[in-house]
Design a protein around this ligand. Structure first.
Ligand code: GDP
Ligand code: MG
Length: 596
């Protein structure tokens, strides 16, 4: 295809603002999908994916569209919608020349829209503002057109008004993509270079890699090289999704499509890497490549210890399709055998845990999420701590914690509440802008650990659900952090150790100790529950002794009933964990870890 006739674009939208619905309508109107094959959410085939355990989701689709009698090829590139995947979003955007900025006409701009808009501007993309859902009675297209226009420095008349549901205005969007977004430019004679913007594991075809060609041509059957590692592979198949996978002889300048090389692990075909011809390789990558970096760690343990091998197998499977997931075995006194897992963020953690439970039928306990601390000792040695129970002993000189740049969007009524929350979470204000008279954007630098804790829930409750949040990593900062241990009769309960700011150590200690006192049944002897920073006890409760004799309830006689009780007690014992000489039912630990 002549690059002059190609347009590469993506859609930026807050969740539920109608990206999938609009994409469906475009596939239908352009004729890319025949009416008889059309079904709702054509591109989001997660149900089939789940049923058959394969991934056939199209990460990029080609649609034909004629303007003034000239046929064009529009490539729509999907962007991941989650805050945790900023790097991947940025790679998808880098594969495009323009983007639709899609906003719900009944809701207005949200934080996720803004964060992705900033990424699009960093990538010099042409922005086409679109208001969706104008068919809704609650839509306020005039008001939000103004807001959107002000934000991107356009005129309110330039804002397109559409309904993905009824199809109204969608043809105008397709026309604008052709007339406003520039065609891709590249050197067809140069050594081939293509950027990977997504790679997905498929049970039948192995890893399917999605690329945008920048220079030269990638040809079927040639040998290709991954520039970041120098590894080479045979290109078994190359093609475009239109939207069904359609093999072709090759992909030229500006084209978007997929590659299959037979590799089985997405780590061998990394988002952001550059693909080139192995015989005549390019020297410069398309863009700097960066490895996915786990930011949040948590221990995952099977509720039933015998599920440990199943958990390991499940993690091995998920890893094939998730280059950012890392894990290693971990043993906990309180929770038994499990894995210490690293995630890009809280959402990535939740998605992974959810998939392990639903797709692999596992019942799991996760320990409180922890960020990565860099601990510098007075003797100059340095430790990277991803698990609070492995915090170094001895004299600490400095502790560094990861920071984020957070964007909060809120109705102006709640500005005070949001500022108070951010301050209580050790945030530093970086700026504040009124998007319109009743909507405000607040920018803060905050410790990631505070966001991971309960920031989002508190933000929602303090703003009646109206505020939205997005964040991106922003280096590290030295902070006054300490490790708090929880002790049962003097023995440390590893799963409850936490690294917290020194001003919050006391409240963490008091709440944990109080919780465990409630949850742990009385023993034959008195058990002190303590919170400690180093050797200093900061909180204490006592579980009083009782003498528990199950058989005394049986008033002699009935042997079978006695036996039943003994058996029941034995069964209960199986799920007991010993912390020193204290016997704790596993449920108590689970309850203590899961509440707030
Ligand atoms: P996404 O999360 O951005 O992909 O949003 P979806 O396309 O899944 O849409 C979210 C919800 O909004 C769904 O219930 C859609 O049916 C609805 N929706 C999407 N577009 C429109 C529209 O133009 N009008 C109306 N009334 N509802 C819409
Ligand atoms: Mg969607």
């Amino acid at each position: 295809t002549d690059p002059a006739l190609i347009r590469n674009f993506c859609i930026i939208a807050h969740i539920d603002h109608g990206k999938s619905t609009l994409a469906d309508r475009m596939l239908q109107i352009t004729g890319a999908v025949k009416p008889r094959d059309m079904r709702a959410q054509y591109l989001d085939r997660m149900d089939i994916e789940r049923e058959r355990g394969i991934t056939i989701k199209s990460q990029a689709v080609r649609m034909p569209w004629e303007v003034d009698g000239t046929p064009h090829a529009l490539n729509m590139i999907d962007t991941p919608g989650h805050v945790d995947f900023t790097y991947e979003v940025s790679r998808s955007l880098a594969a495009c020349e323009g983007t639709l900025l899609l906003v719900d006409a009944a809701q207005g701009i949200e934080a996720q829209t803004l964060a992705n808009l900033y990424l699009a501007l960093e990538n010099d993309l042409t922005i086409i503002p679109v208001l969706n859902k104008i068919d809704l009675p609650a839509a306020q297209p005039e008001k939000y057109a103004e807001e959107l226009a002000t934000l991107i420095g356009a005129e309110p008349e330039d804002v397109l008004k559409v309904s993905g549901k009824t199809g109204e205005g969608v043809e105008a969007v397709l026309d604008r993509i052709v007339t406003e977004i520039s065609p891709p430019v590249g050197d067809p004679e140069a050594p081939s270079r293509a950027m990977i913007f997504d790679s997905v594991y498929d049970t039948y075809r192995g890893v399917v890699t999605y690329v945008r060609v920048v220079d030269g041509m990638l040809k079927s059957r040639e040998r290709i090289e991954m520039l970041s590692t120098g590894t080479t592979h045979d290109l078994l198949e190359i093609g475009v999704s239109s939207p069904e996978p359609t093999p072709s002889k090759g992909l030229g300048v500006g084209e978007v499509g997929y590659l299959i090389t037979g590799v089985k692990d997405v780590r061998q075909s990394k988002v952001g890497d550059t693909v080139t011809n192995a015989q005549k390789p390019a020297t410069e990558p398309v863009a700097g490549y960066s490895e996915p970096k786990p930011m949040v760690f948590s221990g995952l343990f099977p509720v039933d210890g015998s599920d440990y091998p199943a958990l390991r197998d499940a993690l091995d499977k998920l890893k094939l399709n998730d280059a950012a997931l890392v894990y290693e075995p971990e043993t906990s006194v309180a929770l038994g055998f499990g894995f210490r897992c690293g995630f890009l963020g809280l959402l990535h953690l939740e998605i992974t845990r959810d998939r392990l439970e639903r797709e692999f039928d596992l019942s799991l306990i996760s320990t409180a999420p922890s960020v990565v601390y860099r601990v510098v000792m007075e003797d100059g040695s340095e430790h990277t701590v991803t698990n609070p129970s492995e915090y170094p002993e001895g004299k600490v000189s400095h502790v560094y914690e990861p920071m984020v740049r957070a964007t909060v969007l809120t109705p102006s009524d709640f500005v005070g509440a949001v500022m108070e929350l951010c301050q209580s979470k050790r945030g530093q204000m970086q700026g504040m802008d009124y998007l319109s008279e009743d909507r405000v954007e607040l920018r803060y630098r905050l410790p990631l650990a505070e966001i991971v804790f309960d920031f989002f829930d508190q933000l929602k409750s303090r703003t009646k659900g109206y505020a939205s949040l997005d964040y991106a990593e922003d280096g590290e900062a030295a902070s006054a952090l300490v490790k708090v241990d929880i002790l049962l009769q003097g023995d440390q309960v590893d799963a409850f150790s936490a690294v917290v700011h020194k001003d919050k150590a006391y409240s963490y200690g008091v709440s944990m100790v109080g919780k465990l006192k409630e949850l742990i049944p009385r023993q034959q002897f008195e058990v002190p529950v303590q919170a400690a920073v180093g050797s200093r006890i900061i909180a204490r409760e006592t579980i009083r002794a009782i003498r528990k004799d199950v058989l005394s309830k049986c008033y002699g006689g009935d042997i079978s009933r006695k036996r039943k009780l003994l058996e029941k007690q034995k069964e209960g014992k199986k799920r007991m964990k010993m912390v020193g000489s204290v016997e704790v039912p596993q449920e108590a630990f689970i309850a203590a870890l899961s509440s707030d």
